[in-house]
Write a protein that binds this ligand. Structure first.
Ligand code: SAM
Length: 217
């Protein structure tokens, strides 16, 4: 069985009892970053062997993990944070397992954009998850113009390096609308900012933004 196991997005307590049970019972844990996952595994006294599975080794390592599954082993797939397959190479392994008629199941848990959506108070009955916007401003502005046509809550992920430039692009392309920016969800410095883009831009200009972000329009 391939188990897709959701892990915390910050607070180590945000993991299900079933996820811990599965992580303790499998033969191998495939991690986006073994050093990162070690913190979680040590916290819960999990001593199962780990191996890396990330963007640049996803094909070779995918074949190795498929070999384990074919030999009847149980493998758990985890990402650095949240649910594997949401913006990480997890889906490559999941597809490979299905294509080879392996059994796959998911142990649900934290997803940063779902936490941000409910916390933002934005309408959640219909929404569009846009992943990461392009790095370059020109491409990002073009993407924002397409997003402007949507009539529902739009959610995307952003890093601390680009958040300010992205908010400035939103202001330029979409105008001074009401947005929400969630930062460091479930962590010590969790914060949700709600308000006009111009105000949040000013706040981030006076205090350099740190951490991981989810933006909601
Ligand atoms: N698999 C993850 C999930 O289930 O949400 C997403 C992985 S994606 C590569 C990483 C991005 O998710 C970060 O750059 C950030 O935008 C967002 N993210 C992850 N953890 C977060 C947190 N605790 N607070 C805010 N955003 C977070």
């Amino acid at each position: 069985m391939l188990y897709i196991v959701a892990t915390p997005i910050g607070n180590l307590k945000d993991i299900t009892l079933r996820a811990i049970e599965v992580l303790k019972s499998v033969d191998m844990i495939a991690c986006e970053d073994t050093r990162h996952t070690k913190i979680l595994l040590d916290h819960y006294g999990i001593k199962i062997p780990t191996t890396s599975f990330f963007q640049h080794n996803r094909f070779t390592k995918g074949e190795y993990l498929l070999g384990l599954l074919k030999a009847g082993k149980n493998v758990a797939l985890v990402s650095d944070a949240g649910t594997p397959g949401i913006l990480d190479p997890g889906y490559n392994l999941i597809n490979l397992a299905f294509e080879n008629s392996m059994e796959v199941t998911a142990i649900p848990g934290a997803v940063a954009f779902v936490d941000a959506l409910v916390l933002s108070g934005k309408p959640a009955h219909e929404f569009f998850f846009a992943g990461f916007l392009p790095n370059r401003s020109g491409a990002r502005q073009n993407r924002l113009k397409k997003i402007a046509e949507l009539k529902c809550t739009v959610i995307f992920y952003e890093s601390c390096h680009r958040i300010l430039a992205t908010l400035e692009d939103i202001l330029e392309v979409l105008g001074d609308r009401e947005i929400a920016v969630a930062r460091e969800l479930t962590k010590k410095f969790e914060e949700i900012k709600r308000g006009k883009v111009s105000r949040i831009v000013q706040e981030f200009k006076s205090k350099r933004p740190r951490g991981e972000f989810v933006v909601l329009l």
